[in-house]
Ligand binder design. Structure first.
Ligand code: KG4
Ligand code: ZN
Length: 371
């Protein structure tokens, strides 16, 4: 079956075509077009919802055409339209859902609404080769994006239980705020991560240099790490980094740029340390067969490496999946893949008829819940 999927929950206008094989239970991404508005919003230091909606509207015709063309399919050949229903910015979601509803109505195709985080989770299955359900579940997914930080337990497809979550900032949001306070621009994750790896290299090669040694010794707190639960908190860490940075503005302004790199390193290490250790704790409690990483922060090289190494060391029997880099940030391929598994589940439950009238009833929901 062919799925035409759309994602506009934030500042990426995205469309994709995904082929799903219902017998094998596998998917292949035929096209995945993402038009990013990041340069426009960077001027404002964050995403401006109404501006995002205006840009989505402008970008959509070209993005939709390109997704179909690259996949070499015609709209008439599509079997299912899928769209991010929420959560996200309501002006942005409204554009995507209305485009999807219109396509569904005009071309008489069933329509399915997908939760944005469900999309991030299913990006892990963009691997072509099917994994038998009995080998995949139960699974624990560490979801780390700009708006969410959660540990999700799945015992089956489309069956979610939130076993841990942030009590304040999301991990991506923490990276963004850390970058903002050091005037490093928006979005913060990629730049903090680049500066951190620069500092990591410098630390490794600067034996004997007293200043670098001092910089390499910065230690930031690991909030909630010692508590025996699966929850996270990142706002205290951000405040600790802010105080450290403010002191430096007075005490060593000449070396500020180099200090910033080392604050980025200490910040990234603190965030990743907490994420990895809490995930290991979830593994110990729930004994999953698979651990997955999902969301924009899943692009972080230090997190990918650290989680992989920690699992190999402590839980080598667990399968570790992480999304390909092109499927970490917001994209529509992940929405198409999640739609395939939702469609398959609904087919097994004889519920497919519901999808025919969704063009009438589907509503964007800024606060849509995963469960
Ligand atoms: O999933 P996503 O694209 O959008 C939301 O659903 O929120 O995640 C965006 C977040 C931003 O906060 C961004 O700074 C962060 O992911 N991010 C990263 C990296 N790349 C993107 N954080 C840390 N390291 C990265 N390499
Ligand atoms: Zn996202």
């Amino acid at each position: 079956m062919l799925i035409f999927s759309i994602e506009t929950s934030c500042d990426e206008t995205a469309a994709a075509v995904v082929r799903g094989d219902l017998d094998r239970g596998s998917t292949a991404v035929l096209s995945n077009i993402v038009s990013s508005q990041v340069k426009i919003h960077a001027q404002w230091g964050g995403v401006v919802p109404n501006l995002a909606a205006r840009e989505h509207l402008k970008n959509f015709p070209a993005v939709l055409d390109q997704a179909l063309q690259e996949a070499n399919v015609k709209i008439q050949d599509i079997d299912l339209v899928a769209v991010t229903q929420g959560p996200g910015l309501i002006p942005a979601l409204l554009i995507g859902t209305n485009v999807a509803k219109t396509i569904s109505y005009i071309h008489n195709k069933p329509l399915i609404g997908i939760h944005h985080i469900e999309g991030h989770i299913y990006a892990n299955l963009a691997i072509g080769e099917p994994i038998a359900d009995s080998e995949l579940f139960p699974l624990v997914c560490l979801v780390v994006s700009g708006g969410h930080t959660q540990l999700v337990l799945m015992k089956n497809h489309m069956d979610y239980e939130i076993i841990g979550q942030t009590l304040d900032d999301a991990a991506g949001e923490a990276f963004d705020k850390a970058a903002k306070m050091m005037e490093l621009g928006y979005p913060g994750g990629p730049v903090v991560s680049q500066r951190a790896s620069k500092a990591r290299d410098e630390k490794a090669s600067a034996e004997g240099c007293e200043l670098v040694k001092q910089m390499g010794d910065i230690h930031l707190p690991r909030p909630l790490l010692s508590q025996p639960n699966l929850d996270f908190s990142f706002s205290g860490l951000k405040t600790a980094a802010l105080y450290f940075y403010r002191n430096l503005l007075k005490s060593d302004p000449e070396n500020l740029e180099q200090w910033k790199n080392f604050i980025c390193l200490a910040f990234e290490e603190a965030v990743v340390d907490v994420l990895v250790k809490k995930t290991l704790r979830a593994v110990k409690t729930y004994h999953p067969k698979t651990v997955m990483l999902a969301g924009g922060v899943a692009a972080n090289a230090h997190l990918r490496r650290s989680l992989g190494e920690a699992l190999a060391q402590h839980n080598s029997e667990v399968r570790y999946l992480q999304p390909l880099l092109e499927y970490c940030g917001d994209n529509a391929a992940m929405i198409g893949i999640a739609a395939f598994y939702r469609f398959k589940t609904m087919q097994n439950n004889n519920q497919l008829k519901q999808l025919d009238s969704k063009w009438k009833t589907l509503e964007a929901d800024a606060n849509l819940k995963l469960i």
